[in-house]
Design a protein around this ligand. Structure first.
Ligand SMILES: [Zn+2]
Length: 334
């Protein structure tokens, strides 16, 4: 599946030791005739072992992943590593610079455009490089997400339902070992073009996350992220260190198909349930207030089923079609 790309890398990803450089995405434009986008990349290679690819900022307004990967790149010691770790902390670098979910250059959502296109716009070229040059040699891929500016999640490590039962079991064991408060099997609403499905279809171990959101982060969420990455490397036998202690055993849950609540209204969103709190079917989850219509009653959205509040709409303004809430439900660990 390795294929020639228009993106080049300023460092040798096969070299032993620790190296930092850039991916060079050609982007000739009005203000830079022979210009390029430079995307930071780190590689740490120790003894024999698997290749782990860590990516973050697949969406540019999600912050736990990039911060944790920048810290991990500084911390990793090749002398204590079995295998190779490749880190792309700001995969959609232009979106990170702009603080936006999708690229400001071509308006493309990177996580809906895999496996990309060699001759596409910068986001497509970058996805093509990641898929053909970085995913191809990787044994494990970890893509770190959060809710961004418009969603907020219970910090969680995430996998998907897989047809391959052995891979499903390996993935479940891996996400539980990461020690986040919640390990979750997520039902994606729209999988076309996601890095997730592109990697899973290759039969590789894939882990993703929803570590928080709201367009910022907290000390607790960063700590959960850092511990998860460290413990995953320990779990896979790649790091010659002890895993960090986990305060309490992770909850294992899933997102039932009837657990997604979409707003049919535009207005001001009043959340009525805290993230992570238990909910019962029929319980009010949130209200939309019609601030332009003084005599109109607010509309209350109810929980469609029992469970807990896994995610919610974050900004004060809500529009018709926005995801208002996602419920999770516990799942048997056995
Ligand atoms: Zn994301």
């Amino acid at each position: 599946m390795s294929e020639n790309s228009r993106v080049s890398c300023t460092i040798d990803l096969d070299a032993a030791g620790k190296h930092a450089g850039y991916l060079n995405v050609p982007w000739s434009r009005d203000d830079s005739a022979w210009g390029a986008i430079r995307i930071p990349i780190h590689v740490v290679r120790g003894g024999d072992g698997p290749t782990m690819l860590f990516t973050a900022a697949n969406h540019g307004d999600e912050y736990e992943g990039p911060i944790a990967l920048l810290k991990l790149a500084r911390k990793l010691d090749p002398a204590r590593l079995k295998g190779r770790v490749i880190l792309l902390p700001t995969m959609d670098h232009p979106a990170v610079q702009a603080g936006t979910r999708v690229s400001p250059i071509d308006g493309i959502n990177m996580n809906r455009c895999f496996p990309g296109r060699r001759d596409g716009t910068p986001t497509l070229m970058m996805a093509h490089y990641v898929y053909h040059q970085l995913v191809a040699p990787a044994d494990i891929v970890v893509d770190l997400h959060s809710g961004g500016k418009t969603l907020d999640f219970v910090p969680s490590v995430v996998m998907h339902e897989l047809d391959d039962t052995a891979l499903m079991e390996r993935t479940k064991t891996a996400i539980l070992a990461m020690g986040a408060p919640l390990a979750l099997v997520l039902k994606e609403l729209d999988t076309a073009g996601m890095l997730d499905s592109a990697v899973e279809e290759l039969g590789k171990l894939f882990v993703t996350t929803e570590l928080g959101g709201g367009g910022s982060t907290t000390p607790e969420r960063i700590a959960i992220t850092e511990r998860g990455l460290h413990n995953l490397l320990c779990h896979l036998g790649m790091l010659d260190e002890a895993p960090q202690a986990v305060p309490s055993p992770p909850r294992f849950a899933y997102t039932p198909e009837d657990g997604f609540v979409v707003s049919d209204d535009a207005g001001l969103f009043e959340p009525l349930v805290e993230l992570g709190a238990p909910v019962e079917a029929g319980q009010p989850l949130g209200c939309v207030h019609f601030f332009e219509e003084i005599d109109r009653e607010p509309r209350t959205y109810m929980a469609p089923r029992d469970g807990f509040l896994y995610a919610r709409h974050f900004p004060g303004l809500i529009k018709r079609g926005d995801c208002l809430a996602v419920l999770g439900a516990d799942r048997d660990q056995g």
